[in-house]
Design a protein. Structure first.
Length: 203
């Protein structure tokens, strides 16, 4: 079974004006679709056909950079769409308590997320992730992912230029400010924390 593009979990206007329908049409409909298509083309007819996307990512890491990039980007984007929502959702009491432990306050978490996102050189991803009962901010470069890591990813933010250029041009901090303050899906983060294992790409 080939991997399919995961549908957006909201209307394409739901994130505007922080992320416009036009950005989503390119980012989801073109960029994400291309990563999926290239992953499918690369695994077809190989012994990776029929594996989960997480298994493909782990198998390709360090041995097949082209496949790894496309498979990891397929996963990262699906996780990113779920990491956003129109109204931000709400954090569970468990997540709130752990965030307070790790960052002191939600405002401090927001400041650190914005700083890490703005400071990430060139393309990549900024993550909120849990490991050994602690929540931290992590960064991965280019297409790299936490999907096959020791971390349980809770949320991610795409800081590639294609995520914000149509809406904010070169002003990555403006995109980050809107996403972090208004659009992060704290309900999704809470579900990921409660599950205690890494979100799985839909089969
Ligand atoms: Mn992207």
């Amino acid at each position: 079974m080939a991997f399919e593009l995961t549908p957006l979990p909201y209307a394409d206007t739901a994130l505007a004006p922080v992320i416009s329908a036009e950005t989503l049409s390119f980012h989801h409909g073109k960029h994400h679709q291309a990563y999926i298509d290239k992953t499918n083309a690369a695994v077809e007819g190989t012994d990776l056909a029929g594996k989960t996307l997480e298994e493909v990512i782990a198998a390709a890491r360090g041995s097949n950079q082209g496949l790894f990039n496309n498979a990891a980007q397929s996963w990262n984007h699906a996780f990113y769409w779920n990491s956003l929502s129109a109204d931000g959702g709400s954090a569970s009491d468990e997540l709130k308590a752990m965030l307070k432990d790790s960052f002191g306050s939600h405002e401090e978490l927001n400041t650190q997320l914005a700083d890490r996102g703005a400071g990430h050189f060139a393309s990549g991803w900024v993550w909120l992730a849990e490991k050994d009962g602690k929540i931290s901010i992590e960064e991965t470069h280019d297409g790299d992912t936490l999907a096959d890591s020791d971390f349980n990813p809770l949320l991610t933010i795409d800081v590639w230029e294609h995520a914000y250029y149509l809406d904010h041009q070169n002003k990555r901090p403006a995109y980050l400010d809107g996403v972090i303050k208004e659009k992060l899906n704290w309900s999704f983060a809470s579900e990921n924390l409660a599950r205690g294992s890494t979100w799985a790409y839909p089969a």
